[in-house]
Design a protein around this ligand. Structure first.
Ligand SMILES: [Zn+2]
Length: 290
């Protein structure tokens, strides 16, 4: 427990980091394509004009959004996948208008979920459990690879499953959620606790705001310590309020406070949903996290 002992020495509360994955647990970071959109979707007030700049010609800023998944090889649970990326057929599923708004600008053969998993030495057929932070297409679209896999458990927060199915059924939030992977036949599993011990070493935290049922995954690794993968609770590290993609700002603010507290009492690393620099650093730091 090298890194976790360091975290405790730096002031982490030991009970928050004591649920450690068993020796032999490994995780891989899988890059599964890049999106791009107007900054206004992901930063509050992005690309808005000011009195002092009125009349100036300006070019709207755009943001690159890498997509990633985490493949965990867990001695007791088997292969666990954290999120799935957008799925191979993303532009077709979204249609021409929405895939112009959230354009997939990089999708090479190695970004396909099946290929990205194969590059770790595992097979997509070996995945036993999938945990989804939230069910927007860029995180859950890859569930289309599992539509006939009754043996794979798909774990989400109860509120996320309800709001995703409701959004598609009524058309209330169409676009970000899509029917193509929100299928009744998948082996859905839900929980409704704010904090849920998923298995040895992995705890799930409900962080509503970006969506009703968004969750973050805390994983305490035997050697490399504590990580929080927070889906789109934050798109970037700095926690700037979200733009047009935010749904419930007061809930988001409360979740941000909770997450900052968790970060302080664990001394863990927070990994946002689409931060280019954080992802490149993670890829550079290690090929496999142990
Ligand atoms: Zn996203």
């Amino acid at each position: 427990m090298f890194k976790i002992q360091d975290q405790i020495d730096q002031g982490a509360i030991s009970s928050y980091v004591s649920n450690v994955c068993p020796q032999g647990t490994k995780f891989h970071v899988l890059e599964v394509g890049w999106l791009e959109c107007d900054e206004g979707y992901v930063i509050r007030g992005g690309n808005s004009s000011l009195k002092s700049t009125e009349g100036n010609s300006s070019i709207n800023k755009r943001r690159e959004l890498p997509m990633y998944c985490i493949l965990i090889d867990h001695p007791h649970e088997g292969i666990i996948l954290w999120e799935t990326g957008c799925g191979k057929e993303y532009p077709l599923v979204l249609g021409p208008v929405l895939s112009d708004v959230f354009a997939r600008v990089r999708y090479e053969p190695q970004h396909e979920l099946r290929a990205a998993i194969a590059a770790t030495g595992h097979r997509i057929e070996d995945v036993k459990k999938i945990i989804i932070g939230h069910l927007h297409i860029d995180h859950a679209g890859g569930l289309d690879e599992f539509l006939d896999r009754k043996d794979v458990e798909i774990w989400v927060h109860d509120k996320e499953l309800r709001s995703a199915f409701w959004s598609v059924a009524t058309g209330a939030d169409i676009g970000v959620y899509q029917e193509s992977y929100l299928k009744l036949g998948l082996n859905w599993k839900t929980f409704d606790e704010q904090t849920f011990d998923f298995c040895q070493g992995i705890t799930l935290h409900h962080l509503p705001g970006h969506t009703d049922g968004l969750i973050g995954m805390q994983i305490n690794m035997p050697q490399t310590g504590t990580f929080f993968f927070i889906s789109d609770h934050c798109h970037w590290r700095d926690g700037i309020p979200q733009g047009w993609l935010a749904r419930d700002y007061p809930a988001w603010f409360r979740s941000t406070q909770r997450l900052k507290h968790l970060e302080r009492i664990t001394k863990g690393q927070v990994i946002p949903g689409h931060d280019k620099e954080t992802l490149l650093n993670l890829q550079k730091q290690a090929k496999v996290y142990i």
